[in-house]
Design a protein around this ligand. Structure first.
Ligand code: IMP
Length: 502
């Protein structure tokens, strides 16, 4: 007979944390939000996140832009894999090559082009610094720089050649490739420049460093970098083309991989992880998932997974549960898998980090997930709202929205995520194509979310995630007390609606 789990599986909103003694050391500055990304013995030095945030392996969330922004804030993106191998590898390379403050020039012309070309180019980019190179490309031989202070179109006319107005190379202050950002900024201040070109041995343009960017780049104390000070980035893989995809991603410099699957408890996923470990040994790190209970966790860890991702069906754009009737309340999944992880630690002495993936709606859900045993979270909807996500920003009925679509939607057609082996193609959808309210810059939003997490941890008397794991106290809440949790029985000034009537 089928096995029944008689207790209902539960989700985050059904739990609250109970405050514990807040000692005087529990202040935001003392809270350490770093978390292990990969397995190891408790005292072993392993790859860690500076904040417990990763962004989802999704077309609408994790491209190179998001990878750069999130690593600069201390977390990490997994670049989406529902694209060609070479374009995914190129995104990984772009994150690894990123140098804070060193900008690849986006507006470049040749000296024989005209002020008319300048006017057109500046209209497109919205700034006025143009690099003048021999071939009009970002890495051509640098011949001069043109800014809006160098010419007056109404006097010179649109046909006048750029060469007449640009500051020629012989009069430019420039620096050679290899200079550090702080040295470049010293030069900018000393010579009163707005922009410093950085060139290679043959006078090829490499980057521009702008005065206005300096403060921005000083303010990233959490930046997640590797031993060579390059940003850390992950990449998703599937169980179909991993023998070609993994070598390309490793070559591109991906720091960690993750098998992207809606149901990770499968022999295909076991094979993929075993192949990676037998080909590369412990050097190439790979996470597995998604699972919702002990057997799936054990299966992936036995295959060699370096971390395990938890969650089937909780995500905002997910319709897997409706379409197929599989899944489990995310809080219960996490609690059960965390028990299995702790048991595994007792038996083997090896700690396997858990990632809670999907369904984190309120910021406090993140602390609940950590308290329930997650080491870090993966989010899609949260990041899709920001400037840095790939989706378009659209004005809908007076409100700015960003596009956010599931990997199982008709739009993404990531059938490899839903069909790990067997047939090919998407026969029915498991995700929707949607909008999320636009929320601005990642950095600004993250600062508020992190402040809330730290505040809750201090209320719980914890200044590290490990301490939260060991000492958190959680309670189930009744439906009535959930209502008590928001503002109620008052008339909100901005909406003029009694909140109890909602
Ligand atoms: P969210 O943070 O609640 O939006 O959930 C994001 C997570 O949803 C991702 O990390 C994936 O695990 C999962 N996901 C992505 N695309 C789909 C889909 O089309 N259907 C179901 N789940 C999806």
């Amino acid at each position: 007979m089928a096995k029944f789990y008689n207790e209902p599986s539960r989700t985050f909103s059904e739990y609250l944390l109970i405050p514990s003694l807040t000692t005087k050391e529990c202040v935001h500055e003392n809270v350490d939000l770093s978390a292990p990304l990969v397995k190891g013995k408790p005292d072993e030095k392993v790859l860690r996140l500076n904040i417990p945030f990763t962004s989802s392996i999704m077309q609408s969330v994790s491209d190179a832009n998001m990878g750069i922004a999130l690593a600069r804030s201390g977390g990490m993106s997994f670049i989406f894999c529902s694209q060609g191998i070479e374009s995914q590898a190129e995104m990984v390379r772009k994150v690894k090559k990123f140098k804070a403050g060193f900008v690849t020039s986006d507006t470049n012309l040749r000296p024989d082009q005209t002020l008319g070309d300048v006017v057109n180019a500046t209209k497109l980019v919205g700034h006025s610094t143009i690099a003048i190179t021999d071939d009009g490309t970002a890495n051509g031989k640098l011949l001069g720089i043109l800014t809006s202070r160098d010419y007056r179109v109404h006097k010179a006319g649109l046909d006048a050649p750029i060469s007449k107005f640009m500051t020629p190379f012989s009069k430019l202050v420039y620096a050679k490739e290899g200079i550090s950002l702080s040295e470049a900024n010293e030069l900018i201040w000393e010579k009163k420049l707005n922009c410093l070109p950085i060139i290679g041995d043959e006078q090829q343009l490499r980057y521009l460093v702008f005065r206005k960017d300096y403060d921005e780049h000083k303010e990233n104390p959490n930046e997640l970098v590797d031993a060579e000070k390059r940003l850390v980035v992950g990449a998703g893989i599937n169980t179909r083309d991993y023998k070609e995809r993994v070598p390309a991603l490793v070559e591109a410099g991906a720091d960690i991989l993750c098998v992207d699957s809606s149901d990770g408890y499968s022999e295909w996923q076991g094979d993929a992880i075993r192949w990676i470990k037998s080909t590369y040994g412990a050097d190439v790190k790979v996470g597995g998932g998604n699972v919702v209970e002990e057997d799936g966790f054990r299966y992936l860890v036995d295959a060699g997974a370096d971390f395990v991702k938890v969650g089937v069906g909780p995500a905002s754009i997910c319709i897997t549960r409706e379409q197929k009737g599989i899944g489990r309340g995310q809080a219960t999944s996490l609690i059960e898998v965390a028990k299995a992880r702790n048991q595994y630690l007792e038996e083997t002495g090896v700690y396997v980090p858990l990632c809670s993936d999907g369904g984190l709606v309120m910021d406090y859900h993140i602390v609940l997930a950590l308290a329930m045993g997650a080491d870090f979270v993966m989010q899609g909807r949260y990041f899709a709202r920001f400037d840095e996500s790939p989706g378009r920003k659209i004005l809908i009925r007076g409100n700015y929205m960003k596009e956010y679509w599931g990997e199982g939607s008709e739009r993404a057609r990531n059938w490899q995520r839903y069909s790990e082996g067997g047939g090919t193609g998407l026969t029915f959808e498991e995700g929707v194509d949607a909008y999320v309210p636009y929320a601005g810059r990642l950095k600004d939003n993250l600062a508020v979310t992190l402040a809330k997490i730290k505040s809750t941890m201090c209320n719980c008397g914890s200044i590290s995630i490990k301490q939260l794991h060991d000492t958190a106290r959680l309670t189930l809440v009744s439906a009535t007390s959930i209502r008590e949790g928001g503002a109620h029985d008052v008339m909100l000034k901005e909406s003029d609606v009694m909140t109890s009537e909602k």
